[in-house]
Every structure is written in structure tokens, then in C-alpha cells.
Design a protein around this ligand. Structure first.
Ligand code: NCD
Ligand code: ZN
Length: 327
């Protein structure tokens, strides 16, 4: 038996409407709280939208789960951010067009400075989808100088490099005390070979794309040991019709398997004792969170991941996992 205290998923896409009702219970079942991304259509860019979306989530997720809300980064006034601050955990910045529903994102990073300065003053964290224009394998690397410049220019601003995928990203963490990173489950498990090396696997296609074996190794080391790296699944459901299509949508739905698969990996790495820090303690320290006290128990009992949840194919569909969450 493995007991996790208030596990947190620091990066989730819960969507809206029927999809929200389908996927949110999976996150709510296994996590005490989760950071909810704002890339809806239209994006979440105002306090009323934050509050309405939070209500919508609470209606389907139940009372033992806290959604930690984010605002979609754009230019905001100090008054707007001051009003939003009690209701959000941070602002999520998407470079325009880099991923699903990011068309309203930032086209020119220099336009961020004024809002970043207000966020630093108000102590509101910045969460970044860290990819710039360039060859797909290099998009994270080309964006890191921007992250470094902001970490240097705004030393009191907490910056979270979301879903870090590269050695270079992990190395950057060591250069700035105000820089943090989330690490997904799938980037700890797969490389681009799994996505494209044999038959093309649409359900393993996500942004940022999985990288090289050495990058995965660096992510594993960070997940195990880095005090400023913590879990964010980036669970990102799309209906099967959008995944098994000529233009496959980016995103992996990992919520139903996140904790069991992480337990399996940490056990394989002989590091089960480090899982609590990765899935809760370091995120609490970073964000100053005191999540609701919840024990989530996992037992060593094999189960096979369903092929489908409604219209969505989950990550690791059809595979047998050794750990399962006790109901
Ligand atoms: C996410 C989504 O579908 O919203 N997709 C993904 O591949 N990760 C957006 C994101 O986090 O990039
Ligand atoms: Zn995401």
C-alpha cells in the first residue's frame, strides 16, 4: 500500500460542457487539487470568466477537489490583477499559435513586460508554455533565452516552465531560484521514437512533442530530485475524432492513469519514497499552498486501462498497470 497525502496535478485541461463532465471526475478522484488551464474558446481572460468556469468545474468534480484557476495571459491593468489575485494561482502565457487554443496568445514577447512587472509586484506567478518559433524539436530550446531574461529581469516573479521536455530546460532551473518546472507523466515515459518511430501514434502526440532519450533521462532526474520540479500531467483530452484525423489534435488524456503510472515508474527507478515530494510537497512549497487534507491510497493490484472513456482514448489504453488507486 502506498499512501499519498494531498496529491496535486499542477497542469490540467478540464475543458467545458460534456467533455468537462467526462474528464474532471478522473482528476478529482485522484488529486486534492489541480491547476486548471485557461485555453478555452474563448480563453479565460476576465475575473467573471474565472469564477463561472470554477463553478462549472465544482458542479461536476465534487467537494473533495479544489480547482486552482488561471487567467490567460494578455496585458492586464494593475486593478484587474489585484481583483483577480484572490481567485487565481497564476497567469498562463501561451505564445500565439503554439498549441491547442492558443491563437489569442502573445505574438511578441516584448509586450509582456508591463504585465510581468505588475505580476511581480503583486506576487502572482507566471506559468509559461515555453515554446518559440522554430524546428519542432528545438522549440523549447529557442524559447529558453526568453525565460532566462524574464527570470533575471523579474527576480521576485515566480516563473513556472510548464511541461519541460529538454535537458536544456532542466539545466536552466539551476540558474534561477525563481524558476520552477512542471513535468508530465508522458514526457517521463516516452520519446519521439514512441510517437513516430514505428507506426504513427496519434494518442501520443502532444505539444511540446516528446524529445530524445537523454532529455527523458534529465526529466526523470528532475522529477526524482529537483526541489523546484513537480508534477503537472498536462492531461489534455480530445475526442477520438479529433485525434484519429488527418490533422491530429495535440494532447494526451492521462488523468485516469497518472498516479498509478507514476507509482509504477518511481518503483522501477527504486524511488517510491520520492513520489510524495514530486506529486505534492514541492508544489505546495512553490505556491505556498495548503491543500485540503486528503489521503489517496494505491495498492499493488494489476488492472488494464480501458480502451475508451466515452469519446476519449486515454494514455496507456489497453495496457496493464501494476498499481491502482483504491476507491
Ligand atoms: C494542450 C491542449 O490540448 O489544450 N495540448 C497539448 O498537447 N499539451 C495544450 C498545451 O498544454 O499545450
Ligand atoms: Zn497544457
Amino acid at each position: 500500500m502506498l499512501i499519498l497525502h494531498s496529491p496535486l496535478d499542477m497542469h490540467v485541461h478540464l475543458r467545458q460542457g460534456d467533455m468537462l463532465a467526462l474528464v474532471a471526475p478522473h482528476t478529482a478522484r485522484d488529486f486534492a487539487a489541480a491547476v486548471v488551464m485557461p485555453n478555452l474558446t474563448p480563453p479565460v481572460t476576465s475575473l467573471p470568466q474565472v469564477l463561472a468556469y470554477r463553478e462549472e468545474i465544482l458542479r461536476v468534480a465534487g467537494e473533495s477537489f479544489s480547482p486552482l484557476m488561471t487567467l490567460f495571459f494578455k496585458s492586464y491593468s494593475r486593478a484587474e490583477l489585484l481583483a483577480a489575485r484572490p481567485h487565481i494561482i497564476g497567469l498562463k502565457l501561451y505564445p500565439a499559435g503554439m498549441t491547442t487554443n492558443s491563437e489569442a496568445g502573445l505574438a511578441d514577447m516584448r509586450q509582456a513586460h508591463e504585465t510581468l512587472a505588475i505580476m511581480e509586484e503583486l506576487d502572482i506567478p507566471l506559468l509559461i508554455h515555453g515554446e518559440g518559433c522554430g524546428f519542432v524539436m528545438d522549440r523549447e530550446a529557442v524559447f529558453l533565452p526568453v525565460v532566462a531574461e524574464w527570470a533575471r529581469s523579474f527576480p521576485r516573479l515566480r516563473i513556472v516552465l510548464e511541461h519541460v521536455t529538454t535537458c536544456a530546460g532542466v539545466e536552466l532551473l539551476d540558474r534561477f531560484d525563481n524558476l520552477f518546472a512542471t513535468v508530465t507523466l508522458h514526457h517521463l515515459l516516452i520519446t519521439l521514437d514512441d510517437v513516430l518511430g514505428g507506426l504513427m501514434r496519434p494518442h501520443l502526440f502532444c505539444k511540446p512533442v516528446a524529445k530524445r532519450p537523454e532529455d527523458r533521462d534529465a526529466l526523470r532526474q528532475a522529477a526524482l530530485h529537483h526541489p523546484r520540479a513537480f508534477f503537472g500531467s498536462d492531461t489534455a483530452p480530445h475526442p477520438i475524432t479529433a485525434k484519429e484525423a488527418p490533422g491530429c489534435a495535440a494532447g494526451i488524456f492521462s488523468a485516469p492513469v497518472a498516479l498509478p503510472a507514476l507509482a509504477g515508474l518511481f518503483e522501477e527507478l527504486d524511488a517510491l519514497d520520492l513520489l510524495q515530494a514530486f506529486v505534492s510537497d514541492r508544489a505546495c512549497a512553490t505556491y505556498g499552498l495548503t491543500p485540503m487534507a486528503r489521503e489517496v491510497r494505491l495498492e499493488r493490484r494489476a488492472w488494464t486501462v480501458p480502451e475508451r472513456f466515452g469519446s476519449v482514448v486515454p494514455y496507456l489504453a489497453g495496457q496493464t498497470l501494476t498499481w491502482r488507486v483504491v476507491d
